[in-house]
Design a protein around this ligand. Structure first.
Ligand SMILES: [Fe+2]
Ligand SMILES: [Fe+2]
Length: 280
């Protein structure tokens, strides 16, 4: 944990608290100082009850918690008594966050004024649009057909409903347009910390074990956002490949915990919060 007088801007994602071992990780997450903020970059859990448990616990410990939805939050799993779908489910989670004091993509972007700041913290919900396709597969239909042929199909196809949008890519297009409008309208004098569950750039997906899976990981539309919106850091998860990379000089932080079967073999213990600001 980071110990500092005035706090730090910290991040984590992909808590997946349906797993008991991951629940224990969340129970162990504590700020290093009273001023710490925590960015939670999606995939907290699958059910509304689990999401409420985790965000409730974290919001009582950290000075501020900022959340963006991952694909798992947007699922409508058969076992969840909350049967809302798509946009209605997202809005329900936004209301839940607001009741906990957690900042969402629908709220004014907060300014981190602690060490390494000031910076505008922008939680984003952008989804994906199947534009990251394998070489030679020019359409979404072709890429999806290849995914089914090879058996690498994201569960989103069955559980992440886009209602009332006709498709997930239509929902993505609406989110990208609205988010760009908000970012364009920001006071341009501060650097930004962009937080999105899915990577803004395709580059980090190049090391996926199954490259065909990239179609569920982001959109070409955000390829220049780290530059266009003056990012000092970009925080994301979803890939379950925690690491730090640089693109065009901008720091990208993949901050996922991932599933127990993924983190167990790693030499470092899971659940270490990543420091975003002050820059390491
Ligand atoms: Fe995840
Ligand atoms: Fe995810």
């Amino acid at each position: 944990m980071i110990v500092g007088e005035d706090g730090a801007l910290l991040a984590i994602s992909d808590l997946h608290v349906a797993y008991a071992e991951n629940r224990a990780i969340v129970e162990g997450l504590r700020p290093g100082s009273p001023g710490d903020w925590l960015l939670v970059a999606g995939d907290v859990g699958d059910t509304v009850e689990d999401i409420e448990w985790a965000l409730g616990l974290l919001s009582r410990r950290f000075a501020k918690v900022v959340w963006v939805p991952g694909n798992h939050e947007l699922w409508t799993p058969p076992a969840d008594p909350v049967t809302l779908r798509g946009e209605a489910r997202y809005r329900h989670l936004v209301d839940l966050c607001r009741s906990l004091g957690v900042v969402t993509p629908e709220d004014p972007y907060p300014i981190w004024r602690g060490p390494g700041g000031p910076a505008l913290v922008a939680p984003l919900f952008l989804l994906y649009d199947y534009s990251w396709r394998p070489e030679g597969l020019d359409t979404r239909d072709a890429a999806l057909a290849e995914a089914y042929r090879t058996g690498i199909v994201c569960t989103d196809e069955f559980l992440l409903h886009p209602d009332p949008y006709p498709s997930r890519q239509a929902w993505c297009a609406a989110r990208v347009a609205e988010t760009a409008r908000r970012l364009d309208a920001r006071e341009p004098d501060l650097p930004t910390v962009l937080v999105n569950h899915w990577p803004l750039l395709r580059e980090p997906t190049r090391i996926l074990r199954y490259p065909i899976f990239a179609q569920w990981c982001g959109t070409e539309e955000t390829a220049d956002w780290h530059l266009r919106y003056d990012a000092t850091a970009v925080v994301y998860g979803h890939l379950h490949i925690p690491r730090t990379t640089r693109h065009d000089g901008v720091r990208f932080e993949e901050v996922s915990v991932g599933y127990p079967r993924e983190w167990r073999p790693r030499p470092t213990p899971p659940g270490k919060l990543r420091r975003i600001l002050p820059a390491p």
